[in-house]
Design a protein around this ligand. Sequence first.
Ligand SMILES: Cc1cc2nc3c(=O)[nH]c(=O)nc-3n(C[C@H](O)[C@H](O)[C@H](O)COP(=O)(O)OP(=O)(O)OC[C@H]3O[C@@H](n4cnc5c(N)ncnc54)[C@H](O)[C@@H]3O)c2cc1C
Length: 510
Amino acid sequence: MASFDCIVVGSGHAGSSAALSAVEAGCQKVLVIDKCPAHWIGGNGYFTAGAHRTVHNGLEDLLPIVTNVSAELASRIDMDPYTRDDFISDIMRLSQGKSEKTLVETVVDHSRSAIEWLARSVKVPFTLSFNRQAYDVGGRQKFWGGMSLSVEEGGKGLIAAHQRALKDRGVGIWFETKAVALNVNEGGITGITVEKDGQRVELMTSNVVLAAGGFEASSELRARYLGEGWRNARVRGTPYNTGDGFSLARMMGAKFAGDWQGCHSTAWDANAAADAGERGLTNQFTKSGYPLGIMINTNGNRFVDEGEDFRNYTYAKFGRAILEQPGGVAFQIWDAKMIPHLRKEEYDDNVVEKILADTVEELADKIAKKGLNDSEAFIQTIYTFNDAIRQHRAEFPETTWDPAVKDNLTTQSSSMQLTLPKSNWALSLDEAPFLAVKVACGITFTFGGLAIDPQTAGVISEETGKAIAGLYCTGEMVGGLFYGNYPGGSGLTAGAVFGRKAGQSAANRI
Ligand SMILES: Cc1cc2nc3c(=O)[nH]c(=O)nc-3n(C[C@H](O)[C@H](O)[C@H](O)COP(=O)(O)OP(=O)(O)OC[C@H]3O[C@@H](n4cnc5c(N)ncnc54)[C@H](O)[C@@H]3O)c2cc1C
């Protein structure tokens, strides 16, 4: 029977981080298994933008780990430090205080060292995310929203770096190898049973790291835990995250934790496939330009405050808001003023179907053919929105539009208030051409997971309340970190933090 010091279930960012850390900490024989075929390597990690959130002391602190900033460019960058308190309070604020505080503190306190490790040891090519996280304001690059780091080539570059590092350290990956059972005795984990080439094979190991993702790709589990309507969500990433890791953990008597009714979901191209992401365009189906415009449902009504906060703090909950609209779809709308500010990667002509018109009425006619049911209401919504903005500008003529700060350019004034405000970046829609893009809900990952010991990433037993010896968990499978909403870039960081802890804990048990 083949024997390993540590076996990691899942070839994504979290699992790869665990495997590499296990080797660095002293494990000699480490194996990664994944049920996907080789060309689906990297799980959801492959589909990411590579955005990583970390504590930092400002530009000077990040410059040594990024590859795309010349001295001249650096002199034109404005970036505030992002402190421990900022990061903790962002996660706690977005979860309405429900996140497990010690988990959050662990992620935050180890975020900067995890990034350093990814850059130095895994050789992840970090960049400053100019295209996603900065706006050019008066010739200066102004970073906003607490998150500045990305990876060259996004998730593709991230997973390629992991692959190279795993190869360099002699870690094998077995594809089309599905974990189906964990083997234990009174001392803890003794092995894992996998299905490979149609056979059940037992592998010996005293350490298993579960990094098998959530249940977002199972429409049945989505319906069971998130609600029936979630059958209609589009899967943004890998089709292989179907909750298997939780079945394995349940057999071990693991304790479940966190927001089992919640998930991360975004505005997503309504023309995208339903059951899996697309490995060419990956994250480019995301449609996050709504803070620059408005979103209207098929009844012709707005349904969220598009300017409630920076996109980083609203995008992960607005997928749900779209899913809850009639037909589970909506239209994002801009006029000529904002079209140039839309990110090319998401809104370029060859990336998304654009509906263009010279008047609001013509736009209504055109999108009626794409599912708008009430053109009159649609036109009225835009005219009312414009009226509210005119009243606000008349009362506050000195306020100016600035996408890099919360600019208080709202729809609310003493003379007119919308029932549903747009709280920032509210500009009238009155200059042709007008643009509409149809969006649906894309599910990213589920929030419910396993209870872990934050210090070791050990999976907690429901019965004893103590860690199950030799069983660890990282990535999407960790429960208790996110509830209802999520600050962009936290998932990859959390996966690396607990992956490293899992790998180190495994080495302590050989
Ligand atoms: C489109 C998109 C964009 C994103 N952008 C970002 C971003 O920019 N920043 C950020 O922080 N987060 C982002 N995320 C979220 C991020 O991808 C996840 O938080 C993170 O990658 C999860 O890592 P993981 O290793 O836990 O899971 P995954 O990377 O999904 O890996 C899980 C792996 O487990 C395998 N598996 C499942 N069941 C079994 C089994 N029974 N046996 C063996 N293997 C199994 C799967 O095949 C899969 O390869 C994005 C996600 C998507 C989909």
